[in-house]
Design a protein around this ligand. Structure first.
Ligand code: NAD
Length: 259
């Protein structure tokens, strides 16, 4: 068990990548808080995990809402007694050409990814500093390092997470806190499924062409990255023992982006 009795908060864990990370951590012995703006979804995931003999708690947390983040993190610590790992994963996607991007949508996307990362990080660092250690993992993207058309705020936000992780790595070091970023390629989750028809419309392609000519075009093998692939990298980062691995960003993308 690589996370025996550790406590983890995973945001956006009612679905997709976050849900798989929550299950993977719990199977390795962690107590996991499923934090999502979708309370019913968070509770359903937690209930299914508990029924399977794992330990989980579902809570409502809109990561853009300061009071919900503070209350949710306090509830996590009160319920499980400590906080060892934060996975700042909640995210959305909105695609449109830059010259027609609505300002409100730009602001909404940056708020979920960047305000959310800041607010959850700040709330998590306090118990981690008190304990003298912890790990923060940000869900970046290949778009933390590379750009694509139609995704201006997403690319901007995902690049920004690398900067935040580096600051957390520097400030957190004295307290035993590490911070790293996972940068996945395309993973077949609801977030991606919603984009396929939108990109097909905006780029004048068929849905199949969006998958083969846009999403997987530059991979080495034409394969989607899976939620399990990303969860294994999260487990590796969460269970790494020392400050040797901090301030880094790790790309998991079937070779779409190579450093
Ligand atoms: P998903 O849509 O399956 O899950 C996202 C979850 O985040 C949902 O449960 C949703 O309710 C929650 N959420 C959204 N806004 C929230 C908010 N304001 N507060 C709290 N929860 C909120 O998507 P996913 O593909 O699993 O994405 C998870 C993360 O992975 C995102 O940050 C995304 O940008 C990133 N990512 C996804 C891919 C991909 O191809 N799917 C690739 C790289 C990075």
């Amino acid at each position: 068990m690589r996370l025996q009795d550790k406590v983890a908060v995973v945001t956006g864990a009612a679905s997709g990548i976050g849900e798989e990370i929550a299950r993977t951590f719990a199977r390795e012995g962690a107590k996991v808080v499923i934090a999502d703006r979708d309370l019913a979804g968070a509770e359903a995931v937690a209930e299914a995990m508990n029924a399977a003999g794992l330990r989980a708690l579902g809570i409502a947390m809109d990561v853009t809402d300061e009071s919900q983040v503070e209350a949710g993190m306090a509830k996590a610590v009160e319920t499980f007694g400590r906080l060892d790992v934060l996975v700042s994963n909640a995210g959305i996607q909105i695609v449109a050409p830059l010259d027609a991007f609505e300002f409100a949508k730009w602001q909404r996307l940056l708020a979920v990814h960047l305000d959310g990362a800041f607010l959850t990080t700040r709330a998590a660092l306090r118990p981690m500093y008190r304990q003298g250690g912890g790990t923060v993992i940000y869900m970046g993207s290949v778009h933390s390092k590379e750009a694509s058309v139609l995704k201006a705020p997403y690319v901007t936000a995902k690049h920004g997470l690398i900067g935040l992780a580096k600051v957390v790595a520097k400030e957190g070091a004295a307290h035993g806190v590490r911070a790293n970023v996972i940068c996945p390629g395309y993973v077949r989750t609801p977030l991606v499924d919603r984009q396929i028809p939108e990109q097909a419309r905006d780029l004048g392609l068929s849905p199949e062409e969006v998958v083969s000519k846009v999403m997987l075009k530059d991979t080495v093998d034409g394969q989607f990255t899976t939620v399990e692939d990303v969860a294994q990298v999260a487990l590796f980062l969460a269970s790494f023992e020392s400050n040797a691995l901090t301030g880094q960003s790790l790309v998991v993308s079937h070779g779409w982006f190579m450093q």
